[in-house]
Design a binder for this molecule. Structure first.
Ligand code: PMV
Length: 312
């Protein structure tokens, strides 16, 4: 920004939510992961406040979020938002920011990355280079997660299906057909940082066996990509089941997530796994050609499955 210029915000900006198809946690250790953007992510709207010296106020009603951005506010969202706006030379005073979303928060669907990416775009513009937006988002993600691999920020900024390896460029995976998926929230909130720390503890204590598990995650991501490229959805389902087993092995599943995966398989899913950090959050199921029996059966059991089509 030039000297004497007042920092400003664009009137609106968008970001995707995300699901991880394979390789969560392993991605922190440099293994490849496949992830996809959920187009119906988060939209932020910005309007000037009457008092141009009042701190920026950020509200997202769907997340019960209402925070003012000033250094004395220790709310992690305030700290993360200030880190993002600081990186982008955005204003910290004189603006109200309102978010609209159908993404649940703290459910492993990339809500924090959607927020930090959309905030960066409010300051830098919806069409700012993706690399800059991801860098800005990571300033906020570090406040939330301590050791983020970067996968959430990349997918929130880009959308589509991607192969991601930490510290390397991200590769889009072209989809010949949209990939139908079913997300089932467990309604159990959890902390990504705690789950990542749990795996770190297991890695430090049982390094050799955990390294073998990480190798299995890598092989599973490669097999999943081949299955997607060949449109072999039964194979993809089987691989998702295996990846759930690997996530159990590194200690991040929970009785509810295991039960939800079993229920999804019993009701006809080709495969199912937890998605994201685990410990709560959501599972991801790959439905049969007709997803309706699965969706109906899960609804009858009291769950609220979301049907999504991942497309380019
Ligand atoms: O944001 P979540 O809860 O979906 O989890 C992020 C994915 C992890 O691999 C668990 C952590 C990371 O930084 O990649």
């Amino acid at each position: 920004m030039g000297p004497g210029m007042k920092p400003t915000l664009h009137s609106s900006a968008r970001a995707c939510g995300k699901i991880i198809v394979t390789g969560e946690h392993a991605v922190v250790y440099g293994c490849p992961a496949l992830a996809a953007g959920l187009p119906d992510g988060l939209t932020l709207h910005a309007e000037p406040l009457e008092d141009s010296r009042a701190p920026v106020r950020l509200t997202v009603e769907a997340w019960d979020l209402d925070v003012e951005l000033h250094p004395g506010n220790e709310h992690p969202v305030a700290a993360a938002a200030m880190a993002v706006l600081g990186f982008c030379d955005g204003p910290l005073q004189g603006w109200g920011i309102r978010g609209e979303t159908r993404l649940p928060s703290r459910a492993g669907l990339g809500s924090s990355a959607a927020l930090t990416v959309a905030l960066a775009r409010l300051a830098a513009g919806q069409d700012a280079p993706v690399g800059t937006i991801v860098e800005a988002s990571l300033c906020g993600e570090r406040v939330f997660h301590g050791e983020p691999s970067g996968i959430d920020s990349e997918v929130a900024a880009r959308g589509g299906l991607v192969r991601f390896v930490r510290g390397r460029s991200i590769e889009p995976i072209p989809l010949r057909n949209p990939l139908p998926l079913c997300i089932v929230p467990s309604n159990q909130p959890r902390s990504t940082a705690d789950q990542v720390a749990k795996v770190r503890h297991r890695y430090d204590r049982w390094t050799k066996p955990t390294r073998h598990i990480l190798d299995a995650f890598s092989a599973a991501s490669e097999a999943a990509e081949n299955a997607i490229n060949g449109n072999k959805l039964n194979d993809l389902g089987e691989i998702m089941d295996m990846v759930h087993g690997l996530l159990v092995a590194v200690g991040v599943s929970s009785p509810i997530l295991d039960a939800l995966c079993s229920a999804a398989r019993e009701h006809g899913a080709r495969g199912a796994k937890l998605t994201g950090a685990g410990g709560g959050g959501c599972i991801l199921a790959l439905p049969a050609d007709d997803p309706n029996p699965l969706l109906t059966a899960l609804r009858t059991e009291g769950w609220a499955p979301l049907s999504v089509d991942v497309a380019l």
